[in-house]
Design a protein around this ligand. Sequence first.
Ligand code: B3K
Ligand code: ZN
Length: 888
Amino acid sequence: MDIARDPTVTADDTQIADAAPMPQHPQEIRREDYHPPEWLVPQVALDFALDLDATRVVTRLTVQRNPEGGGDKAIRLNGDGIAALAVTVDGNATNDWQMDGPDLLITLPGEAHEIVVETQINPAANSQLMGLYASNGMLCTQCEAEGFRRIAFFPDRPDVLSTYSVRMTGDKARFPVLLSNGNCTDSGDNADGTHWAEWHDPWPKPSYLFALVAGDLAADRDTFTTMSGREVQLAIWVRAPKGGGGDLDRTGHAMRSLKKSMKWDEEVFGREYDLDLFNIVAVSDFNMGAMENKGLNVFNTRYVLADPETATDGDYDAVEGVIAHEYFHNWSGNRVTCRDWFQLSLKEGLTVLRDQLFSQDMGSESVKRIEDVRILRSAQFPEDSGPLAHPIRPDSYREISNFYTSTVYNKGAEVIRMMRTMAGPEAFRKGTDLYFDRHDGEAATCEDFVKAMEDGAGLDLSRFRLWYSQAGTPRVEARLKHAGNEAVLHLKQTVPATPGQPEKQPMPIPLRLALFDRESGGHRGEQLIVLDKASDSFRFGGFATPPVLSLNRGFSAPVAIERQVAEDELVFLAAHDDDPFARYEAMQSLTVQYLTAAGGEAGATGSGAGREAIGTALEAILADSALDDLMRGELMMLPGETYLAEQLLVADPGAIHAAREGLKGWLGARLEQRLVALHERASAVPYGLDAAARGARKLKTQALVLLAAGVPEVAARLAAEQYRAADNMTDRQGALMVLAGLETPARAELLADFKARYEGNALVTDKWFSLQAGSLHPQALDHVRELAGHSDFTLANPNRVRSLYMAFAANPQAFHAASGEGYRMIADLILALDPINAQTAARFVPPLGRWRRIEPARSALMRAELERIAAAPNLSRDTAEQVGRSLG
Ligand code: B3K
Ligand code: ZN
């Protein structure tokens, strides 16, 4: 069913649908339809007269016919909700233009022209936060993917590269700081209280990398000297209210992260920064994490601001990772950009891999790998097995904003990581060097990247290209047989059917493996095999007794391994594997096998050898003095409910929740003394950002999580103590998370304390909402309903919306309430948010889209909510596409 609707149709318009033809459904855009642009725009000059609700924009375009185009007489300048107030061509006012829907078409007689178009926009009324908008009295922009057309008429596609000159004028008191891309070339004051600045960016760029910021901001400044000796001025801009209370004292970690990123990219990828200035601006109203605009990154405050009192260890890592990610885009995205939006993974997959490798080098390599795999399994695997599955290089879309997905980002990174695994780090570096050299200054394709990898790294990637075109998580069945002196590994792969792709071909799957000797506990070295057929066998000689197989070590391929492994082998690997990821994996498999037996009923009824094996393995992990606490904390975490549900063809979320909680309770009670002792030991470690102190904090909260399920009164006491003694947000939030799920008087008291203590701090207030929306409390759903009416709640701020409703949608017990109330709540949110912020609204559709994999009663309720949304008038293209695809 095609439910996409034109967003300009109002309810009243539909009354006359019989008389007038129905408006066109938004077009499906297809990768195979790519055509080079008809016109190129080597230069752009933008002149902004800034005002919160009426900003004038004069756009001067130097255009020339593209010899590779088809010879169209007219130039198409994309627009979105803007009107042309005046148009001149070569200095003469002209009427030789027309609107084609939102776009401006100007007929041009010659080969090269200068076009000037004037528009006016209202940033204060821009609740979509795309284009130029107001946030906390400042003005800022977000243009990726198609926001520039909300500011000015332009061929708004990434393969049109231009050098930009920007002039802006604005009230000096309201907008004391005026920033854009590149370098500030001139500035001055006017007699009327306004001032102006001119910026020039020497590097040609697509329009999605344009940025402008104007506001009352203060800078944390530093410098960085690049490997060739260029001194770069660094500035992180944050709000600076007159009466104090700004954010300047919380930018130190972001600045350190930026300098580390700049250094690391030189050392590891040979990439040097290319301007004299690098600005970062933190804004509190932002649709996503951050944006890599050339020389002027714009960030969500949550990925800039951090101090021990208000940011957790996880927040510190996120700031470091996102700062690095956006900085790395300067090469993987900006210097080499994308030809079209189907190539998004070219920059996002590569940049995610680069930020993952950076974070691995900055902290614990193994823990970072485990975290990244956890994200992949909880976010990307469900995407790949659901109605929204798409290849990392999609074939079609209606609204590109819907394709900034875990598949494009995280699976995209895994695909490039596999190339690195097959080539080795040195040859991989030769491949990336060649890619950057060959395509510097160009708008490239994923194929260009693969070719550069083949030529530079010496790989044959002919069949490997299937990873770009086929969706779905491959399943690898593994069986290890032993006969005589030989171990034989039989592997068989299947790539499941996904929407639009019923048939799949086998793909090359690189698997790192080791075979352990049970007696000695050691192995003879790791090997890399590549399964590139539907099935294959691999022989390993010299094993008098059956070895223990450790497969897909380091998660060398983003696949699901299907193998029934004896519990004693998993217990062995959980204790002995020298690959930390494999050790974690053994612990996860042990638990997954147990919890998914009998459709998730096993843990609830609770018994048997499986549970004992988990208890024994966990006990050994708690006691293993060779383990660091960060890793111990990882090994203590049970697989999440979404990942457990993924293992079942049709899941009963209630049964899975009960089973998992049942197991947690049994472990908490059985290991009570050990967990309490660990909590006490870790509580003695003073605050620090070193691995030992961070590990101690992680351990404390993980211990409380298990204790809360088994011996709640003990957990409540320890959590309240931890909260009261805390001198940092990690301990305080961890304790409150546990308390929020318990029926204990300290719950209300400490939630109120937390709220009052951080009154006025938006990021911590977001945490307060999330803690309650994500809690294990049986009334979490009622709490969310109440919180939606709280005076601090607003649909206008995406961080606040996500803090309440994303936490809720990720809370299986509450979201999957058998009554269907959770589904209704999310559907109501989508309908209310869609007209305000379509991009954010559409992000809430995927949780409902899982209906086909859920037991029949809940499945029907979920589907009914999707149909209710689909039937609503005036849905945005974003939400309409996601709902339409989810219904199939
Ligand atoms: N490139 C931006 C994402 C833009 C999303 C637009 N809907 C941030 C990033 O991936 O670095
Ligand atoms: Zn990115």
